[in-house]
Design a protein around this ligand. Sequence first.
Ligand code: HEC
Length: 101
Amino acid sequence: MKKYLYSLALLGAVIYSCSTQTKTSTSDAASTVATAAKAEHIRKGEEVFSQRCGRCHDLPSPSSFTSSEWKPIMERMAPKAKLTAEETNWVLAYVDANAKK
Ligand code: HEC
């Protein structure tokens, strides 16, 4: 009987530690997914930027402008480079991540 109680307590401890572990790893996974999605946007943005933004002038450096300076520039340049809304967001994510601080 003692042995039975002991294994029951052990089982409880295992279940408890598993359930708390699952909780943290779920939120970790969610933030990892969000970070991965952002990194993917930045990567695609860099690709679009280097392919489409150096046709009419030298490729500008993202760090030449602050994030708030890039917004109106991108509003003017996105139609010139014929970017889709999605491509514009990727390029914005890329220049934002590398903008002058
Ligand atoms: C069809 C030609 C063309 C394409 C494509 C183009 N640009 Fe431009 N860009 C210009 C012209 C013309 C100017 C100068 C006039 C102006 O600032 O509107 C300019 C100016 C700029 C400037 C200087 C702005 C300032 O205020 O000093 C930046 C930065 C810039 N472009 C970034 C980009 C980026 C980023 C892309 C890609 C999304 C891009 N350009 C694509 C024609 C283009």
